[in-house]
Write a protein that binds this ligand. Structure first.
Ligand SMILES: C[S@@+](CC[C@H](N)C(=O)[O-])C[C@H]1O[C@@H](n2cnc3c(N)ncnc32)[C@H](O)[C@@H]1O
Length: 205
């Protein structure tokens, strides 16, 4: 990884540095290239065909594979495969919360047991001023406030609920309630999951 991305991810250490990595929302591929230096193979998806074409034109290492995605799932990517999943500056642009919940479930499907996801969200508290601006038509708004470019704030409790529902472990969080809320999710190994499984309510013990 580049020094910049290493600094960003230091809090989440130890991170796997080999095998297969996945990037959600790769844009022009600045992290994809960095990941490709550490992993045998990187799969990078983005909802925008324009971004994927631009990333390919700018030059991506041979072990990085770009794919246009649906914007809500990881269709075509195999189960139980990825050592690391990474996403930065992406979920904050997704207005449809069900799409983010779907990505979390898809991470639970595609990470290998023991695999780690390091993801960034904007979980600032709601702002009446931002909500009022979002109600205005795009032509009246500055470019970064328009639909597609604007940032959507996600309640952190919603995110934590989706993580738990997907069966992933929230192993660490950095700066919750801010625009740079990072989470480190782990897909437990089968043996670990068995140890932490709650006792059944029907159990007479
Ligand atoms: C601000 S760019 C960040 C790119 C890259 N992650 C980086 O940090 O350099 C946001 C990217 O997320 C992509 N994106 C937005 N919504 C998405 C979605 N639902 N699924 C996948 N990618 C999405 C956009 O097309 C864009 O390439």
């Amino acid at each position: 990884m580049s020094r910049w991305s290493q600094r960003r991810c230091r809090w989440a250490a130890p991170l796997p540095g080999h095998g297969r990595a996945l990037e959600i929302g790769c844009g022009v591929g600045r992290f994809t290239t960095a990941l490709a230096q550490r992993f045998e193979r990187v799969d990078a998806i983005d909802v925008s065909a324009t971004m994927i074409a631009l990333a390919a034109r700018l030059g991506i290492p041979a072990n990085a594979h770009l794919q246009v995605g649906s914007g809500r799932d990881l269709a075509g990517l195999p189960d139980g495969t990825f050592d690391l999943a990474f996403s930065h500056l992406v979920f904050q642009h997704i207005g449809d919360r069900s799409a983010i919940a779907s990505y979390v479930r898809e991470l639970a499907r595609t990470l290998r047991p023991g695999g780690v996801a390091v993801l960034q969200f904007d979980t600032r508290p709601p702002s009446a001023a931002a909500n009022a601006l979002h109600a205005l038509p795009d032509p009246l708004l500055p470019r970064l406030r328009r639909r597609g470019a604007r940032r959507h704030r996600l309640p952190p409790a919603l995110l934590r609920g989706w993580v738990a529902d997907a069966g992933l472990t929230l192993a660490a969080e950095r700066r919750p309630g801010t625009a740079e809320h990072w989470v480190r999710l782990v897909k437990q190994q089968a043996a670990d999951a068995a140890v932490t499984e709650p006792v059944s309510r029907a159990d007479p013990q």
